[in-house]
Ligand binder design. Structure first.
Ligand code: LLP
Length: 432
């Protein structure tokens, strides 16, 4: 009935998430409101790391991709589950550090890291720095030399895989701003240079082929390509690469049209490929890293809004306007991403209408979705947009000087605030 398994209806006919009544949450914390189900986040992390243990004999680490959803409470949960973190800016590193996250379990990404960021990563003992380009390698060699710490690095490689996903989130093919190309020899030259560096240790290779991918085959193919390169490095340079990071990108169910494979199947198949390729090529089994973001948090989140105006334009469409929009939920305007929505206080009723849910920003494209099936919605109703836990809070903005909503975590019916709603003073805090 619902796109995410943690949603249900209670005896009042209200939508629940993780056992908490969403209408009550809206009343208690106000709207717009991000709600995250802690139990589902933990379950998802466990499904990944348990499968890593089962199918890859525990020789791997799961690093949650913080870009999907980063705040201190999330870092604490990931740390508590014993998993690692993929961070992509000094802001994400700082969030983790302040939350007490074990920094040796952090991989630091970015295609254009600043010296300040590299220094922060080195000085805070980040586990791996995933180096994107030669000038970064050279700057890092110097920064590490100055600090006296010898960081582990991985190289971000473009394995040249087209994962058939949305153009904006395809990063594995040659025309990408991320990483070193294999087919031009660029990656091999970089490895040669890194091997001779004194102040960094070339530990591993990394690739990430895209996001919201349903098909397992491109992941298997990427693993084959990467292992082929590891084998080439061993043959030509006599250098053993120890770590293989296969990135994230596993698809989730946003609407009933989406049918992702279970994470377990992904890990089983990819582990099989890695093991069989290693024995075929006669190379050591690398330590394997994966970086799921969306698949950990998307289904665990919903966003709650209050309906304001209802505008019926005869023979055209009905607009339902809500008290949030593209500033807190930018994925429709950016990617045309579809979501499922429910009138939370009428969750036991049938969806009888097709509507456009419109945001409150001064911009016609500010929509949550079009042709969305919904219960009859009127002013004062609460709308829940489902599976918004990834790349909404993390990509939110203050457009129109709107205050960013609060983030609330629920767990078995109880709720607690994790990020406060911004105040009006927050809006002007840096204005002089
Ligand atoms: N690792 C690397 C190096 C990445 O670049 C990404 C995502 C991930 C892991 C996590 O991928 P996930 O498991 O979440 O698919 N803003 C877009 C998604 C951009 C993804 C960027 N990189 C969206 O809202 O769909």
């Amino acid at each position: 009935m619902f796109v995410s398994e943690n949603l249900d209806v209670n005896s009042a006919g209200h939508l629940t998430i993780g056992g908490a009544d969403t209408v009550e949450l809206a009343k208690e914390y106000g709207t717009p409101l991000y709600v995250m189900d802690e139990q589902l986040i933990r379950d998802n992390l466990r499904r990944f790391h348990d499968s890593m243990n089962k199918y890859y004999d525990g020789k791997g680490e799961v690093h949650f991709a913080g870009k999907a959803f980063s705040c201190m409470e999330m870092c604490r949960i990931v740390a508590d589950e014993g998993d690692g973190l993929d961070a992509v800016s000094i802001g994400e590193l700082y969030t983790a550090f302040k939350a007490g996250f074990p920094m040796e379990k952090v991989g630091f990404h970015g295609n254009n890291k600043t010296d300040e960021e590299l220094r922060f990563a080195v000085e805070h003992g980040v586990g791996h720095i995933i180096v994107d380009n030669i000038s970064e390698l050279q700057r890092l060699e110097k920064i590490a030399g100055d600090s006296g710490v010898r960081p582990n690095i991985m190289f971000r490689i473009k394995p040249g895989i087209d994962a058939h996903t949305h153009d904006f989130v395809k990063t594995g093919q040659i025309d990408s701003k991320f990483g070193f190309a294999l087919e031009t020899g660029e990656a091999f030259e970089a490895v040669k240079e890194a091997v001779s560096c004194e102040n960094v240790n070339l530990y591993g290779l990394h690739c990430h082929i895209g996001s919201q991918i349903f098909d397992i085959a491109p992941f298997e193919e990427a693993a084959r390509v990467m292992l082929g390169f590891i084998s080439e490095i061993r043959e030509k340079l006599g250098y053993e690469i120890e770590g293989l990071n296969l990135g994230g990108g596993f698809g989730i169910r946003y609407t009933e049209k989406d049918d992702p494979s279970p994470f377990e199947t992904y890990l089983e198949k990819v582990s099989d490929v890695v093991k069989s390729e290693c024995s075929r090529l006669g190379i050591k089994l690398p330590k394997m890293f994966i970086e799921p973001g969306r698949s950990i948090v998307a289904s665990a989140g919903i966003t709650l809004y209050t309906v304001g105006a209802r505008k019926e334009i005869p023979n055209i469409r009905t607009y339902i306007s809500i008290d949030g929009g593209m500033a807190d939920s930018p994925r429709y305007i950016l990617y045309g991403s579809e979501y499922d929505a429910i009138v939370a206080n009428k969750a036991d009723q049938d969806k009888t209408e097709k509507v456009t849910i419109a945001g409150r920003c001064c911009e016609s494209g500010d929509l949550i979705g079009e042709n969305m099936k919904l219960q009859h919605a009127e002013s004062g109703d609460i709308i829940a947009v489902c599976a918004t836990g990834a790349y909404n809070y993390s990509m939110s903005s203050n457009y129109n000087r709107l205050q960013k909503p609060a983030v609330v975590f629920v767990n078995n019916g109880a709720s607690r605030i994790a990020v406060k709603r911004e105040s009006l003073d927050d809006i002007i805090r840096n204005d002089i």
